[in-house]
Design a protein around this ligand. Structure first.
Ligand SMILES: [Zn+2]
Length: 202
């Protein structure tokens, strides 16, 4: 099985990097694609090229948007009074589909690493502060994971926004230690939202 052409080797290598796929399942997918060149490879290549060209991350809210369109965060100003801060898109998707939260989302794009001198250059924290002011928000719910990185990030955000005299809360009981938001089931997530705890400001 290891006498693939370089093109196929490269494709297997790329697919093997995807979450949940190892070389074995990557080969199975590629075999399926090769056997359906016109019906599967062509539209897939077109769709990937289009996403590569047209989809970017919004610098204000962290969500994905089409390059020529306004982001959802620019369209629905003053619709809600709460904002939920998450680490990544997957976290937003699980919270959104649980229907526990109605409000804006803010996607940081990762967490702070406590070992790397709180390097926050890639996280959208400054733009969070701007969005809070612009939208007259009343509450910020910090929904970072119950990991060391997630909690470090939460503290950093609290410090960055507390001068705005806004209610800050964090997800509460029910969130397992070390738990990542995107792994939680709806029940746990809903209870963590309902039992969210105010962050004491000093
Ligand atoms: Zn946006």
């Amino acid at each position: 099985m290891d006498n693939h052409t370089p093109e196929l080797e490269e494709l297997i290598k790329q697919f093997s990097k995807l979450p949940g796929l190892g070389p074995k399942s990557a080969k199975r997918i590629i075999l399926k694609l090769i056997n359906n060149k016109e019906n599967m490879i062509k539209p897939l290549a077109k769709s990937l090229a289009s996403v590569y060209k047209n989809i970017i991350r919004c610098r204000d809210c962290g969500n994905l948007k089409a390059i020529n369109n306004k982001c959802i965060c620019e369209q629905n100003i003053n619709s809600y009074d709460k904002i939920c801060v998450v680490e990544n898109l997957a976290d937003m998707w699980v919270i959104d589909s649980s229907n526990i939260f109605k409000g804006y989302f803010h996607i940081l794009g990762g967490t702070l690493n406590p070992n790397e001198n709180y390097d926050q250059k890639n996280l959208l924290i400054d733009s969070l502060v701007k969005r809070i002011k612009r939208n007259n928000l009343k509450e910020v719910i910090i929904a970072t994971s119950a990991t060391v990185e997630g909690q470090t990030t939460a503290h950093y955000i609290e410090d960055a926004i507390k001068s705005n005299k806004i209610k800050i809360s964090k997800l509460g009981q029910g969130l397992p230690v070390g738990g990542e938001i995107e792994q939680l089931d709806d029940g746990t997530l809903i209870s963590a939202f309902k039992n969210r705890v105010p962050v004491s400001s000093d």
